[in-house]
Design a protein around this ligand. Structure first.
Ligand code: FRU
Length: 538
């Protein structure tokens, strides 16, 4: 379904009752009851999820007032999309999050009829009160720039960019009285990503024209008056509407002192009609983004470079104002796919956030590639490790763990040797037969795959059972995998972040076996390490 239709359909669903909000909450809580038959708790233990209800995109990611802030698209009244508001959590380390009350709720407009939904956007600290919104020039006043999605009788009428500000560390927010600040009188204009552009002492906004497949760049000196600078696109994947743009300067890790600008856009996916993110490498002069001749060659015509090759990583944006010790950008993305997002089989919560990913560019024989690694602090969540070395398998399987809680990190270094296929079966239950439940990560024909077709509950949507495929070359004959399993979330970082696959799985048991296997020849697992992971839940 086109995103626009999805929005309209969901708005229709949410509008079940005009009379009162709690009426629709009732409807949604009965939807929760019918979904609460899960035999196990799918809530991730070291990935962020909302205390209750629906989440989608991360919003307003910023380090401000000595804390990391994660705002997010949230339905405070139910576990399907609707009543879009900004949820809020804060953290000292990007891993342990403290849940705070809803920061910016959906509101009814002055006409008492139409409503403004708080769609995706970003947050900045207005040092020196350039906007004039911050009394007494408070140094740490936060300003959020978000899309107001206006609906009248549940029919969408407009999408424009609004401001809200907070002088108490993001706890309470005031809407700017003269909103909107940027209005093209259209229904498709959203997701402003704003940051301070130091070289020209101004704010920059990347905002999307979804159906035109264009990122529009604007600048402003005061966050209120915005001037169009340039447009980027259409480019790369235009099979679906574009959403959630950002532009960020990214260091080249093996060329110290060098960097490129990277544009991120949420859009289509290498597999037809799914959603994912793509990136473009180029240069930016404070006005125009130009594709570099070093922009990695697209994997296939009309497809650009996917950020993540799985189905469940979308709408990621970078943090603003990271502390000086953090030299590389850090991004968080929403774990889900609009193709089935409202149906995933969880009850009290629905949706989660990725681990924070540090990003860099790496020069490889194939040109520059985006590399993503979980932030270093993730290693502090590891429990006591189990290690094994030099395990050779010839056309056979071996059980590594018989029954392990599905909350762990597994690191393997594989020399594929003569094996046609080599890999790992996770969250495996059954009697070693065709009916087994398992999630397979395999390396075959120069490709890394994640196969979730038999991962457990896959029947809730015919779009869910799938095999993800990413091209991957061994490095010095080795395939290196860091695999994070967190109940329903699996993320594979391959070859130090050169490829990432993120997918939900819904196994029917909370524990499962891990098997290693080689087919059609001999492969060697040079190093295998497993760590149980500590919960970061509040
Ligand atoms: C992306 C998105 C954004 C929009 C928000 C609404 O997932 O569709 O474009 O602002 O979600 O919740």
């Amino acid at each position: 379904m086109q995103r626009k239709n999805l929005v309209i359909a969901l708005l229709a669903f949410i509008s079940i009752s005009q009379t009162a909000c709690n009426q629709s909450a009732k409807t949604e809580s009965s939807a929760q009851t019918s979904l609460s038959g899960d035999s196990i708790d799918y809530r991730p233990q070291y990935h962020f999820s909302a205390p209750k209800g629906w989440i989608n995109d991360p919003n307003g990611l910023i380090y401000a007032n000595g804390q990391y802030h994660l705002f997010y698209q949230h339905n405070p009244f139910g576990n399907v999309w609707g009543h879009m508001s900004w949820g809020h959590a804060v953290s000292a380390d990007l891993l342990h999050w403290e849940d705070l009350p809803v920061a910016i709720p959906e509101f009814t407009n002055a006409d008492s009829v139409s409503k403004t939904g708080i769609f995706s956007g970003s947050t900045v600290v207005d040092k020196g009160n350039k906007s004039g919104l911050c009394p007494d020039g408070t140094g740490d006043c936060m300003v959020s720039i978000y899309t107001g999605n206006v609906t009248k009788s549940d029919v969408q009428t407009n999408q424009y960019q609004n401001l809200a500000y907070s002088t108490d560390k993001g706890r309470t927010w005031t809407q700017y009285a003269k909103n909107p600040v940027l209005d093209l009188q259209t229904k498709e204009f959203r997701d402003p990503n704003v940051f301070w552009y130091e070289p020209q002492q101004k704010w920059l906004m990347a905002v999307i024209k979804p159906t035109d497949h264009q990122v529009a760049f604007y600048d402003s000196k005061n966050l209120k008056d915005w001037k169009l600078l340039s447009l980027f696109g259409p480019q790369g994947d235009t099979t679906r509407v574009w959403e959630c743009p950002s532009i960020v300067q990214v260091p080249i890790e093996n060329e110290p002192g060098k960097s490129k600008w990277v544009v991120f856009v949420s859009a289509g996916h290498p597999q037809k009609n799914y959603l994912g993110m793509q990136y473009f490498v180029g240069n930016f002069d404070g006005k125009t983004f130009t594709l570099d001749n070093e922009n990695p060659k697209p994997i296939a015509p009309a497809v650009s470079n996917p950020v993540d090759w799985g189905k469940d990583y979308y709408a990621a944006i970078p943090f603003n104002d990271l502390p000086g010790t953090q030299k590389n950008p850090v991004m968080i993305g929403w774990l889900n796919d609009w193709e089935y997002a409202n149906k995933i089989p969880t009850a009290t919560f629905r949706g989660a956030m990725s681990l924070p990913r540090q990003i860099a560019l790496r020069r490889t024989p194939d040109g520059l590639v985006l590399v993503q690694t979980p932030i270093a602090g993730v290693a502090s969540l590891r429990g006591t490790k189990k290690e094994q070395q030099n395990l050779t398998l010839t056309s056979q399987s071996q059980t590594l763990e018989k029954s392990l809680d599905n909350v762990y990190e597994l690191e393997v270094e594989i020399s594929p040797g003569t094996a046609k296929t080599v890999g790992i079966r996770l969250a495996k239950n059954g009697s070693d037969g065709p009916g087994d439940e398992e999630t397979i990560i395999r390396y075959v024909n120069g490709k890394l795959e994640l196969d979730r077709r038999k991962s457990g509950n896959v029947a809730f949507s015919d779009r869910f059972p799938s095999v993800e495929t990413a091209p991957l070359k061994p490095q010095n004959n080795l395939v290196k995998l860091r695999i994070f399993v967190d109940r329903s979330v699996v993320t594979v970082f391959a070859n130090d972040g050169e490829r990432v696959i993120t997918d939900y799985i819904f196994p029917t048991k909370a524990t499962g076996a891990i098997d290693l296997f080689a087919e059609g020849g001999t492969a060697e697992f040079k190093k295998i390490t497993i760590w149980p992971m500590k919960s970061t839940r509040p």
